[in-house]
Design a protein. Structure first.
Length: 195
């Protein structure tokens, strides 16, 4: 009995030691230390390091990879105090060669209620202004231009206006800007697969 009791105590002690080692295991990860806007190039001053107990389900950039993310662009808006995930950075410019960035101010009724995120495909749809004669034949499809969200602001207090930066082709940029100026543009989300 004494030998069995001693064996159980030893096994319990070993189990507690293993548990303490697992709980105490910490990983050094990259953190965001100041606001970084979408598309902004990351510098060493934007990032820091922290030692945390990291759940395997959480994907974070480890401190060993810090040099690999410096110089890349923020794919989303980054906030101080957050961990940096690999999906939040990109080496690509958010506005590609042959594209133009069109800022579009949209009233609440002109924009989907679904939150817009960078990279999301959209259609810029031309609708006639109130009192403007229909230029298209009845039943015809409205004019549309394809675009891609680069950034969307929060709704402005009081007016609810959201400014969306949309990348579109250089040929379509001036047309989209004219539709915005005339107040005849609506934003429609494209299906995730592009169809």
């Amino acid at each position: 009995m004494i030998a069995l009791s001693l064996g159980l105590i030893a096994a319990g002690g070993a189990g507690v030691a293993v548990l303490l080692l697992q709980v105490g295991h910490r990983t050094e990860v990259v953190t965001v230390v100041r606001d970084v806007q979408v598309g902004q190039v990351l510098t060493g001053q934007d990032l820091g390091k922290a030692s945390i107990s990291l759940d395997p389900a959480v994907h974070a950039v480890t401190a060993d990879d810090l040099d690999q993310v410096v110089g890349k662009r923020a794919a989303v808006e980054l906030r101080p105090g957050s961990l940096l995930a690999p999906s939040q950075v990109t080496k690509d410019s958010l506005v590609k060669a042959g594209e133009q960035l069109v800022p579009i101010g949209l009233k609440p009724e002109q924009i989907p209620a679904t939150a817009l995120v960078p990279g999301q495909k959209v259609e810029l749809v031309h609708v006639p202004a109130q009192g403007e004669p229909e230029t298209d034949k009845p039943g015809s499809t409205p004019k549309t231009l394809p675009g891609r969200v680069v950034k969307a602001s929060s709704a402005a207090p009081g007016t609810g206006v959201v400014v969306v930066d949309v990348a579109t082709s250089a040929a379509a940029g001036p047309t989209a800007a004219a539709w915005v100026s005339a107040g005849t543009l609506r934003l429609v989300l494209s299906a995730p697969d592009g169809r």
